[in-house]
Design a protein around this ligand. Structure first.
Ligand code: PGA
Length: 258
């Protein structure tokens, strides 16, 4: 199975380490990933450690073909905003990507659509590629409102930025009920939403990568990646296990052939 016939979009696998690890454990994790890594893998890979370990991770990765990403960014550019980390600071540390609007930040940290838009704009201003997360709650899914919820999350950004800016962005569909729960959306459920998202993306829709996130593991990655509109994965738990993480990257690489 490969995707050459329908997509010029190279698969992308992003590891979101969240609030886990310490210096020592991160070093073990990165070394574990590099031990299984092959530079000829046909996949883009991003690691998103805590900001305080970005420098360490960059040094350990050295020149390997794995990108660095952040889990969050300030909506402010600079100034008196104690405790914030700006997009230009992340770019200065060689970050190339930043996750924006993750459901844990929307729900637990009460991030608003307005903040998410400002973060998206700040990221692009610093030449970071935003990975914009959208996804419905279990309650919304049970009410059949998933597409409506996703449309409103997307519109909140598009209405201020226009759709042209998406050429330098990645989208991630992460149903809240699937993140960290061990319950994965079926390939059909994910695919339905990915197709819907793509329909919303305007003229450049075919060029934009849409990742799936929510309990993706080595055993279910292949069936998700096989769907034409699923361009890779945003991984939480599976990214903390180096063997599993590399195995998922290899699955993505095998599926996307020239
Ligand atoms: P999970 O997390 O893979 O542990 O479900 C995904 C995410 O939070 O992006």
């Amino acid at each position: 199975m490969n995707k050459s016939s329908h997509s010029g979009r190279r698969q992308l696998v992003v590891g979101n380490w969240k609030l886990n690890g310490n210096r020592h454990e991160n070093a073990i994790l990165v070394r574990g990933i590099l031990a299984g890594w092959q530079d000829n893998l046909n996949v883009d890979v991003v690691l998103c450690p805590s900001d305080v370990y970005l420098q360490q991770t960059a040094e350990l990765l050295s020149a390997r073909s794995i990108f660095l990403g952040a889990q969050n960014v300030s909506e402010f550019w600079q100034g008196a905003f104690t405790g914030e980390v700006s997009a230009q600071m992340l770019a200065d540390l060689n970050c190339r990507f930043v996750i924006i609007g993750h459901n844990e930040r929307r729900r637990l940290l009460k991030e608003t659509d307005e903040q998410i838009v400002q973060k998206f704009i700040a990221a692009q201003r610093a030449n970071l590629t935003p990975i914009l997360c959208v996804g419905e709650s279990l309650q919304h899914r049970e009410q059949g409102l998933q597409l409506q919820v996703i449309k409103s999350q997307l519109d909140a950004v598009f209405s201020q930025t226009g759709k042209e800016c998406l050429v330098n962005a990645v989208l991630a569909y992460e149903p809240v009920w699937a993140v960290g729960t061990g319950v994965t959306a079926s390939p059909e459920q994910a695919s339905e939403v990915h197709c819907f998202i793509r329909e919303q993306l305007g003229a450049n829709a075919d060029k934009i990568r849409i990742l799936y996130g929510g309990s993706v593991k080595a055993h279910n990655a292949a069936e998700l990646f096989a769907k034409p509109d699923i361009d890779g994965a945003l991984l939480g738990g599976a990214s903390l296990n180096p063997e599993e993480f590399v195995s998922i990257c290899k699955t993505a690489s095998l599926i996307w052939q020239h």
